[in-house]
Design a binder for this molecule. Structure first.
Ligand SMILES: [Zn+2]
Length: 293
């Protein structure tokens, strides 16, 4: 897949505005991280106001799922959506790429239970979207919604928070005993730094000593050194890293994907520390319950 050089820089702000769809359909194939099975995703443009929907081609006659924070199901190590018969696992990197390009009207057509992991990042999704292009936006009246009051959700020492701020900013902290990761903090400001360069290439990561126990629980069957960074104490099994702090950038990628279930992310400083998909989802649901969507 090639990257279109005509991608507008205005797309940098689309996390808070949305209103776009694809210019034409695209398809992408790969292996599911947890299922280990081959799957194909087709993305199709939808008319303005149709929202983001997901259908399972292998479940003919089932109603498409409409993406929202309410359809998130608890699932270890990934974001799973489920409504009625239709479910989909490991959607977060695809959703982050769609949100970063302001795509709020799209049909995700999946031929199995899991979205392919590709290289463990959102880079291939962004390249595929940019190759077909996005519409200039059909909601010029849509203005970003500023957050009015702080929200703080704590779980032990982990937390997610949203604070009023003049522009969208996402800050993330992680702290691992493994010396190769250690403590990392990173802030991404979408209006200044393009998702495609700063966040999309950051790959998912794991710890070598956890691989066998995760596999014995039926997880990461499709995981390999080509689709996840694997840390073994003070070194990585598959260097080089794309960024010195690639792990924390990947956590921001996951956070963008999970918050994108709101449709549009409110203008706020979003903070997360040692958080998980579950905490990201709780923040999305809390924002939704207060009318931000
Ligand atoms: Zn991820």
């Amino acid at each position: 897949m090639s990257v279109s050089s005509s991608t507008p820089l205005s797309s940098r702000c689309d996390l808070t505005q949305g209103g776009r769809t694809l210019r034409r359909s695209l398809r992408c194939q790969g292996i599911g991280l947890h299922s280990g099975q081959k799957s194909e995703v087709q993305l199709h443009p939808l008319a303005p106001g149709q929202g983001r929907r997901l259908q399972r081609r292998d479940l003919p006659g089932s109603d498409p799922l409409r993406l929202s924070p309410e359809v998130v199901q608890p699932s270890p190590l990934c974001t799973q959506l489920a409504q009625g018969e239709v479910s989909a696992q490991t959607v977060e990197h695809l959703l982050a790429a769609l949100a970063a390009r302001g795509i709020t009207d799209v049909l995700i057509d999946l031929d199995g239970p899991e979205v392919p992991i590709l290289d463990g990042s959102a880079r291939d999704w962004i390249e595929a979207i940019d190759a077909v292009g996005v519409t200039p936006g059909h909601c010029p009246e849509a203005v970003p919604t500023p957050l009015a009051e702080p929200i703080w959700i704590q779980d032990g020492e982990a937390f997610v928070a949203a604070l009023p701020a003049p522009q969208l900013r996402l800050s993330y902290g992680i702290d691992f005993a493994a010396a190769a990761i250690g403590q990392q903090w990173h802030t991404w400001t979408p209006v200044r730094e393009d998702f495609a360069q700063e966040i999309a290439p950051a790959r998912t990561f794991g710890l070598a000593h956890e691989v066998e126990s995760l596999r014995s629980r039926g997880l990461i069957r499709g995981g390999c050194l080509d689709n996840a960074l694997v840390c073994d104490g003070d070194h990585w099994l598959n260097p080089p890293l794309r960024f010195a702090n690639e792990p924390v950038r990947h956590k921001i990628l996951d956070l963008v994907g999970d918050l994108s279930l709101l449709g549009r992310i409110p203008v706020a400083h979003i903070l997360a520390y040692k958080a998980s998909h579950r905490l990201h989802g709780r923040l999305a649901q809390c924002l939704r319950s207060r009318g931000y969507a």
